[in-house]
Design a binder for this molecule. Sequence first.
Ligand code: BJW
Ligand code: ZN
Length: 288
Amino acid sequence: MQNNVGVLCKLAVHNKKIIMTVRQSSDMAKFKQCLKEAKHIVVLSGAGISAESGIPTFRGAGGYWRKYEASSLATPGAFKNSPSLVWEFYHYRREVAAKAQPNAGHIAIANYELRNCKDKTVTVITQNVDGLHARAGTQNLIELHGNLYKTRCTKCKEVLINNDSPICEALANRGAPDSKIVGSDIPVKSLPHCKKCDGLLRPHIVWFGESLEPTVLQKAGEVMEDCDVCLVVGTSSVVYPAAMFAPQAAARGAVVAEFNIEPTPATTSFHYYFQGPCGSTLPEALSD
Ligand code: BJW
Ligand code: ZN
């Protein structure tokens, strides 16, 4: 891997751009030294960390289910318009994620936390809803956008863990990603319902246009504010508020390293960039 790739590190905070005189680096040995000296470490992850577990990312070729862009179904409007279609989509994703296994990237992070928890804090802030960080053994975990295996009642708002497969009888053998399948016709009464108040259940996931849970957002803000090193892993850094976390940390002086197969709009804001599949780059970065 090339050292000192020679990109000036631009730190953008809101619309103010500060040009720093440091050069972006891909010097793994130097980054590992920073990690050694750090006391508070945050890993901010996105869909790319689960790509090597076979879970499609949101943007790019894999980000379609049937003819729909995944992000067009992750909206309150899509659920209002067709709860049946949106439940098929989430049923499919629940089944895919349940069969997937945490990969070398998830495991490297979990093992790093386990080895270092006596003298450092290591927090994973994930945008992912697949549960793979927790299954790899990560303890200190903030799930910003919810979880595929939690439901929320649209009426009484109760949030419950639900690992049923299928989540209801009517969704058995549904959710195939085949682009020739048109529409979805499961009657609302046959979709998952609340055992307490009989309200329609929805996935406990933050859709576009919805606010993140205030307590979750506050906790994430606090650990980002405290961290001295941040690893930004497998995220396109285009979805807010998560997209601003790492550039803000870099702007106040934290060391930020990005791990991605390709550059993102945020890459030039960061001190280190490690290009490649994070199932390979993370085990190297987080080994002793
Ligand atoms: C690899 C790899 C390998 C592949 N190794 N790397 C400010 C400005 C403009 C807009 C807004 C703003 N503030 C809020 C908004 C609106 C909106 C937003 O951000 N829109 C943008 C798209 C412009 N945000 C919201 O609505 C948020 N709510 C909010 O802020 O409320 C207040 C508010 C509302 C409206 C206006 C203003 C304020 C909520 C966002 C919720 C996001 N929800 C989703 C779907 C739910 C989860 C689900 O169903 O699974 O979350 S969207 C989707 O994107 C999902 C993801 O968590 C999220 C981020 O995607 P991610 O993880 O980065 O994945 P990809 O696919 O984009 O990237 C994968 C990356 O991996 C790529 O870079 C690859 O190269 C890389 N990769 N293989 C390493 N092996
Ligand atoms: Zn209810």
